[in-house]
Design a protein around this ligand. Structure first.
Ligand code: G
Ligand code: G
Ligand code: MN
Ligand code: NA
Length: 256
């Protein structure tokens, strides 16, 4: 069987899961949310890398049901956490949106339905999209982002710095958060050029009133350096790896 047909079966049978990686406010150490990352453990193939199966999903059209599943699953996780805690948790979840799905589907309706189904506020579901999604079709991107803002959903630019950002579009589109790509962050202490790029992104974000999350923080030294440079939020193995839904809830509850 091809990976594609296995993925189709896995989706239909509910064999995909979301893992949740904490997003940390660097100044206080507070957990402000989690990024949801798709995981697939196949009985024969073992753990298939998301880079691989997301690419297969994009090529095969399975990205439509996969993206819908991820949106519903993340919204439902929030609702399950709220039920366990007895009230709404002061955290949100970030979901990744494929540029291929964005070009094809009515993604705003998909999120609206997921939010309605789960009864959670759009304020708690952040969409992460990459610069390539905007370059491909700027008019369509604008309409989608405006529709997501109508749902009160925050919007994050993922992998920021690696694409071809039009700085004017950063200013004119309703973007709330820049996620600095880990290729700049992880070696920033040894590589002055990368550190200069990180500083530039931080200063750009400050001027445009955007929040910033630094990705790929693997050491305490890096967390401290970013905090002292004025970076608001961070994510990375130093804080925690992506973890299953119940573990993520326990992780949050032990620290809030
Ligand atoms: O979890 P990991 O860092 O290995 O993820 C690898 C890549 O797969 C990342 O670029 C991430 O954005 C992408 N990815 C993970 N989960 C999802 C998902 O649910 N939807 C989409 N579109 N991409 C995802
Ligand atoms: O492209 P995106 O930003 O969605 O990718 C998220 C990916 O980054 C996930 O696969 C996640 O496992 C990975 N990741 C998260 N934190 C770290 C880190 O500190 N170091 C490394 N190498 N990868 C990380
Ligand atoms: Mn992401
Ligand atoms: Na990234």
């Amino acid at each position: 069987f091809s990976i594609e047909s296995r993925l189709r079966t896995a989706l239909a049978q509910g064999d995909l899961t979301l893992a949740y990686q904490p997003l940390i406010q660097l100044q206080t150490g507070e957990i402000t949310g989690f990024e949801a990352l798709a995981r697939w453990n196949d009985p024969d193939l073992g753990n298939v890398s998301p880079c691989e199966f997301i690419a297969v999903a994009e090529e095969s059209g399975l990205i439509t049901p996969l993206g819908r599943w991820a949106a519903y699953e993340a919204a439902q996780a929030l609702s399950r956490w709220d039920a366990k805690f007895g009230q709404a948790l002061p955290v949100g979840i970030n979901v990744n949106l494929s540029p291929i799905q964005m070009a094809r589907d009515d993604v705003a309706s998909m999120f609206e339905e997921a939010l309605r189904y789960s009864g959670v506020s759009g304020k708690r579901l952040t969409v992460e999209l990459t610069e390539s999604a905007i370059i491909a079709d700027p008019d369509k991107a604008r309409k989608l982002l405006v529709a997501l803002k109508d749902l009160q959903m925050p919007i994050a630019m993922d992998d920021f710095g690696t694409g071809y950002s039009n700085l004017a579009s950063l200013h004119s589109l309703p973007i709330d958060i820049l996620k600095i790509d880990r290729s700049f962050v992880s070696t920033m202490l040894e590589d002055k050029d990368k550190q200069a790029i990180v500083r530039t992104i931080l200063s750009l974000a400050e001027s445009l009133n955007l929040h910033v999350t630094a990705e790929g923080i693997e050491t305490q030294e890096l967390a401290h350096a970013l905090q002292s440079m004025g970076c608001g939020h961070g994510q990375g193995f130093y804080f925690a790896r992506p973890m299953p839904e119940n573990e993520a809830f326990d992780y949050w509850r032990a620290r809030w």
